[in-house]
Design a protein around this ligand. Structure first.
Ligand SMILES: [Zn+2]
Length: 147
């Protein structure tokens, strides 16, 4: 297992957060929202999120599987619905049983899907950087031609 995880370049912190109990622990004593709200730490952890607050977003949560971060939770928000709405390709959302009950083949498939999502995000960012550089180069050329 360790060798295959190295192949996917996961760090220990990410692996630990695949556990729902570990994700739930991140909310202890720090979750700023009302306990009567629909989006409780228990529901957030069950939906794949761990608590990752920052000064600009004190209720920020991050999915341990797809890396999607959501904040500004509303009293009636359902973490599963919000997760699906904002990250429909999340590999965690597409497994149909408890993660602790997955077979080795299913875990392998999950890890491959996580790697695929990460790879797509990486290339999306690179594409955006390239597009921005191309736009800047185009602007410089246009300025040069108009002189
Ligand atoms: Zn996710």
């Amino acid at each position: 297992m360790a060798d295959s995880l190295e192949l996917f370049n996961f760090d220990d912190k990410e692996i630990v957060l695949y556990s729902e109990k570990r994700r739930l622990k991140t909310f202890l004593k720090k979750w700023p929202n009302d306990p009567d709200w629909a989006c409780t730490p228990e529901k957030l952890a069950a939906a794949g999120f761990y608590f990752k607050p920052c000064p600009e977003a004190p209720d920020n949560c991050c999915c341990a599987f797809c890396g999607k971060e959501l904040d500004g939770w509303e009293p009636d928000d359902d973490p599963w619905v919000e997760h699906k709405k904002h990250s429909s390709k999340c590999p965690f959302l597409n497994i149909k049983k408890n993660i602790d009950d997955l077979t080795i083949a299913e875990v392998t498939r999950l890890l491959m899907n996580i790697a695929l999502v990460k790879t797509e995000k990486f290339f999306d960012q690179k594409q955006k950087q390239f597009d921005a550089q191309a736009e800047e180069a185009r602007r410089v050329l246009q300025d040069h031609n108009s002189v």
